[in-house]
Each structure stands twice: as C-alpha cells, then as structure tokens.
Ligand binder design. Sequence first.
Ligand SMILES: *Cc1c(COP(=O)(O)O)cnc(C)c1O
Length: 426
Amino acid sequence: MGDPIATGTTNAELFERAQRVIPGGVNSPVRAFGSVGGTPYFVARGEGAQVTDVEGRTYVDLVQSYGAVIAGHAHPAVVEALRTAAAEGTSFGAPTPGEVLLAEAIAERVPSCERVRMVNSGTEATMSAIRVARGATGRPKLCKFAGNYHGHSDGLLVSGGTAMASLGLPASAGVTDSAVADTVVAPYNVVPTLDETFAAVIVEPVAANMGLVPPAPGFLEGLRAECDRVGALLIFDEVITGFRVARGGAQQRFGVRPDLTAFGKIIGGGLPVGAFGGRADVMDNLAPLGPVYQAGTLSGNPLATAAGLAVLDLLDDDAYALIESRAERLAAAFEAALAAEGVAAVVPRVGTLLGLHFGAEPATDYTTATTTDEARYGAFFHAMLDHGVAMAPGAYEVMFPGLAHTDDVLDAVVAAVQVAARAVAG
Ligand SMILES: *Cc1c(COP(=O)(O)O)cnc(C)c1O
C-alpha cells in the first residue's frame, strides 16, 4: 500500500508521484497533457457536468470520460443501480440476469444486432468482431481507414488517429509486421475496391478520433455495396457513436445496416465494458456454438451491466433531441466567437458530437484532419481550462455534451469560449 493521499496534495505533487510508479504518470497516454503541455489535473470527484480536482478547482467537463459518460458524472440512477448490484456480489463466473437484459436492450435499439456478446472494453469488442468476421468468412484481410481508431489491439494499430496522431506515430513499437500484414489502410470517405480475400471492412461511421469527420454522402452506403459485391462483412465501430448520435446509433442515423457492430463507452455507464453484436449466422460462429474462440472472466460483469442499463433507460428520443439542441448551441457559440476574433476554425457536428478544427476548411479524411493547428488548440485548451472548462487535452478529440449540460452550464462554457477565442486570436 502506498501512503494515503494527504489533503492539500497538489496536482503537480500527485503527477510527480504517479510518474515514479506509472509509465508517464497515466494509464492512457492522452491524459498526460503531452500534446498541450502542462500538468494534468487529478480528478477527486465528479457530479453532473462538473469535475473537481484534488486542489478543489471545479471545471465544466466536456470530456465526460471520452464519451463513456452521457448522463453526467455520478448520476443518481447509476449510483443507485451500482449500490444495489454491488451489495449482491460483483462477479460470479456464472451467467447473470443483467447480461440478458443489456443484450436485449442493445438488440432492441440496434436491430442489426441479432446476437450480442459482452466484453470489457472497446478494444476487445473490435478485436473480437474482427476475429469472428475472419472465422465466419475464412478470409484473412481487413480493410480499415486512416485516422479511424479501433482500440489498441495489434492488428489495428496502423494509422489510428488521436493520441497516435498527436504523438506522430504511424503505428506502435512492439507491433510486428506480420501482425498488420493483413490490414489494408484506405483513405476515409473513399469507398475502396475490395476482392475476395477480404473478411471485413471496419469503419467509424462518424470518425471521432481525428477530430470529428462526418461520413461523406454515399460513403457508408458505398461500403455496404462494395462489401456485398465481394462477400466481405461490414463492421461499424460504434464505440463512440453507439447510443450517442441516435438511440440506434450511427446505423440508425444514416440508415446503413452493418453485419457486425462494436460498442463500448456509453453501454457501461462509466464502468469498463464493451460489446459486439450482429447477424445471428455470423455471431453463432463464436464458442461454445462454433469454432471462433472468445471469452472473458469479467465479461458481462454485474456492476457494468447494471450501470449500462441504468443509463440506456434514461436515453429516449427526447433525451437525444435535448442533447442535440445543446450541441447545436455549443457549435454556434464556438463558431461565432472564433469568427469574431478572425480565427480560422470549423466546428463540425453530427448529432450530439462536436469537433473543433483549427483551419479554414472542414476535414474530410486523415490528411486534411491533421492540418489542424495543434499549437493553437493547445493555447485554446489552456485558456478554456483557466476559465473553468475542461476540454480533452488533444487536438484530435471531440466534445461530449450530455444530459447534465444544462443551459446554465452552457452559459458558462459560452463565456469561456469568448475569452479563449480572444486569447488565441492573431
Ligand atoms: C474508445 C474507442 C475504442 C476503444 O475502446 P476502449 O474501451 O478504450 O478500449 C474503439 N473504437 C473507437 C471508435 C473508440 O472511440
């Protein structure tokens, strides 16, 4: 056991202590403030739209656990569901009713998911979806898109956007050439030409890890048609967009039905979770029914399913309309403030998801996304933080307004945006 964290410990002291025992002081690279500079704030607690750091400073939080939280921090319904579930035992290694309920809730909202399997992260969800796609088709190759992020499994760590974009790493050390030999990278928003060696195409239906890049008209439909032409499976990575851009995710919003879908983030209500689902004839290749092995000691965990169900219960069509109207207000405020100061910026929005691109033209792919002015983002980020608003510490992340971002909260954000826009002008 380490020494307890004393009252009055500063962020700097804690970061120093963290760096002695955790590589870079963080458990996920973007949290280290590497691309914006400065010392990360250590969150002591969160409530609704706000987080409070160990120094007692409170921020309006637009990060919301990178989209894992949509109802706000410590939502009473989630806390109550967790309290009840925890008192009944946290893991059994036997099936539990909550898993059935969550799988049913997903299948009801996302009709392409005739079968659903729970895992523990978005990384596991995409990794397992690809394995079952390869197992079902008996084919090796996978097509992914530059700047799309699908988690950190070996075969997907090529041109993955975000943290990797900020770090300037095209891939990762420790990933062998053979691990990515069957992964073909194509430019986003252009339908690639496939052949019969492809098991699947995996895509973020709305790219949200290279800033926010909406799908061009016809792109998702084109992928569906090209996959059908060669008998490849279409996998939507809806780890961010699922239960966020519509009740039925991006596939509902854009009217394109994938064969398989990966989920994460929202469906765990802020607990570690993931899921993948899709066509029964494909998913039934999974063990114990079929030859594709996939398993997990903590998969379908009672705490995670309880939190996920509590959150999904809050998300009816009215909830999405409400969050979308807030996102619209935020987008307009960012655009107006930055334009008023003569700062070249585009604020793309799809439903409740918002990006911020420091450049004159909207990004359409990885090449154009990475023209954003990262230094300006860093300056803007710090100006916002100084005025009580926490954005993600990376130029390629998006903003996640949710149920807790009420008009009063947004008023404070809009005021900060005006000051920050002035700070980065010129
Ligand atoms: C976050 C994310 C993942 C990975 O999920 P983890 O839970 O971090 O493993 C995969 N795909 C997309 C689109 C994501 O945004």
